[in-house]
Design a protein around this ligand. Structure first.
Ligand code: MC0
Length: 140
């Protein structure tokens, strides 16, 4: 069902500071920056590696406002890993298959994600406390 880990989403208070840290400490390179109003985030994708089934990234996330998903997460838990995004070949099919197993889907239909991907979230309470994202992308 999963092709790869597409990205690990990391919540932070200051996107520019965190980009600087990941660039200078790990030598990662920002390949995309976006503001996603629907998700309430300003985010950057930093390329980690390429594999046969596509690339993987670190996604740094700064909330646009305190009552957004990432804003609430930061105030409750502080900075850190916010979610894991798995690459899937067909997000609608993955949603149907996983939903049929009793895992709550946060999204009723795929939404717009980073770098043109179609995404959907699974409820962390049904995935052992891990907010899980399904990512369908044609990028490699
Ligand atoms: C909240 N909880 C989490 C969590 N966020 N657990 C693990 N990981 C997370 N990231 C837990 C809380 O600790 C709490 O547990 C319970 O879930 C309810 O949390 P809440 O703070 O009351 O917040 P809710 O219920 O209003 O919303 C939580 C929910 C929400 C996961 C449904 O954050 C959501 O819809 N997330 C999906 C969208 C999202 O995260 N967008 C931002 C990334 P306790 O035990 O205290 O009750 S957008 C993105 O990443 C895009 C751009 C992309 O990848 O391309």
């Amino acid at each position: 069902m999963f092709l790869r880990i597409d990205h690990v989403g990391i919540a932070c208070h200051n996107l520019e500071e965190k980009i600087e840290f990941y660039e200078s400490t790990f030598g990662l390179v920002v390949v995309s920056r976006e503001v996603n109003q629907e998700q309430g985030v300003k985010e950057a994708m930093l390329h980690v590696a390429d594999g046969d089934s596509g690339a993987s990234y670190v996604q740094l996330l700064e909330p646009l406002h305190p009552d957004s998903a990432v804003g609430k997460y930061l105030s409750k838990r502080g900075e850190g890993v916010h979610h894991i995004g798995y690459g899937v070949p067909d997000v609608a099919k993955a949603m149907a298959d996983i939903g049929a197993k009793g895992v709550r889907l946060i999204d009723e239909r795929p939404r717009h994600g980073s770098m043109g991907a179609s995404i959907a979230f699974l409820h962390p309470k049904d995935v052992g406390g891990v907010l899980t994202e399904l990512v369908e992308t044609s990028r490699h």
